[in-house]
Design a protein around this ligand. Structure first.
Ligand SMILES: [Fe+2]
Ligand SMILES: [Fe+2]
Length: 349
């Protein structure tokens, strides 16, 4: 590991990495604009080869732009000892050069491929890698929705998830432990995708459908990038006009994604109809019952559950038990009754 050596030999004096990273993020220069991609330490899997050189930003006294110091070399095998050493130095996020992003995608693909055929690796470890790769993809999808290569990667990711869940019969409690309770649109999308893939497996749906739903889940709220962020994050109740503005997000997502011509018809319908209600009170089209695509009904359930169980600027998270109670009572008419029954079994599995 280059870490300890690089710090000791640094001409920048003693460095508190946590402070350096924080200051550079808060300062006038955004770290993401410096040609580096964040890669949290938690993404690295022991016994797999580090896919590219990884750096930490170090801010010299009086400077506004950090220098990137290499702490891990490409080609070495990562280990728990290194994770501990980074933790000791308070390094949580590493950075890769932007040009190395394909290597990082290949890295996740290699780990997921190895894990999907491996019976020694635990369901927890597998779900972790599935979640982390989802995070890595979703962050970039929300930065550049028009990147077709990313969509291909997302499709491969969806297939990997289905295989992971098929082999392991992954219990929802394992996936749920991974979930962030603090709402961010991109983590919400990853969580909905993961839950939808596992739920489809639980319901015995075809693998192609489960993979398809997972990808639609990853993109389902992409329309929110065209929503005014001040309204989206407003910590108070919304006016009728503000609600109407937010409710444009499924149609906005559909319009953009349909124009890209990547998604199949089922995925597009899932994205467009994920806020439709069985009783016709949903949006954007007020569809009813069987007119709502089955994929969209799955997303609707997972979406509601994740929305209820994560903290939002305007409301606190509720427990999974309370969320199910609310879904069974107040949302009873808007959700697919048979699917909800299955979903309750799934959450208890
Ligand atoms: Fe939505
Ligand atoms: Fe959503």
């Amino acid at each position: 590991m280059a870490g300890a050596v690089a710090v000791a030999e640094s001409t920048y004096g003693p460095v508190d990495f946590r402070k350096a990273t924080k200051r550079s993020l808060e300062g006038p220069v955004r770290i993401e604009d410096l040609g580096y991609v964040p890669f949290p330490v938690k993404f690295l899997v022991p016994d797999f080869m580090i896919p590219c050189d990884l750096f930490v930003p170090v801010l010299a006294k009086g400077e506004e732009v950090p220098t990137f110091v290499k702490v891990l070399d490409r080609g070495q095998f990562f280990s728990e000892e290194w994770r501990f050493a980074l933790h000791e130095q308070r390094v949580e996020t590493l950075y890769a050069e932007e040009g190395a992003v394909t290597d990082l995608d290949d890295y996740f693909a290699e780990v997921l491929h190895a894990f999907s055929e491996d019976e020694v690796t635990t369901a927890w470890q597998k779900a972790q890698v599935g979640y982390h790769y989802g995070e890595f993809l979703a962050r970039r999808v929300f930065q550049d929705v028009f990147d077709g290569e990313l969509f291909e990667k997302a499709t491969q990711w969806g297939d990997f998830l289905v295989r992971l869940f098929e082999h392991e019969q992954t219990k929802v409690s394992v996936i749920y432990r991974l979930f962030s309770r603090n709402y961010e649109t991109f983590t919400h999308c990853v969580q909905v995708a993961l839950m939808a893939a596992a739920f489809c497996g639980f319901c015995g749906r075809r693998s192609e459908d489960a993979g398809s739903v997972a990808v639609a889940g990853l993109y389902h709220d992409i329309g929110k990038i065209w929503v005014d962020q001040r309204i989206l994050l407003k910590p108070a109740s919304l006016s009728r006009e503000e609600f109407a503005h937010i409710r444009r997000h499924p149609q906005a997502a559909y319009d953009h994604l349909a124009a890209m011509d990547w998604m199949n018809a089922d995925q597009l319908a899932a994205v467009l109809e994920h806020h439709e209600s069985m009783d016709g009170t949903g949006y954007p089209r007020g569809l009813q019952g069987a007119d709502i695509h089955p994929h969209a009904r799955v997303l609707r359930l997972c979406d509601c559950f994740d929305a209820l169980t994560t903290h939002r600027p305007y409301k606190k998270a509720v427990t999974p038990y309370r969320a199910l109670k609310l879904m069974q009572s107040e949302m009873r008419l808007s959700l697919d009754r048979h699917l909800l029954y299955k979903f309750i079994q799934f959450l208890g599995s």
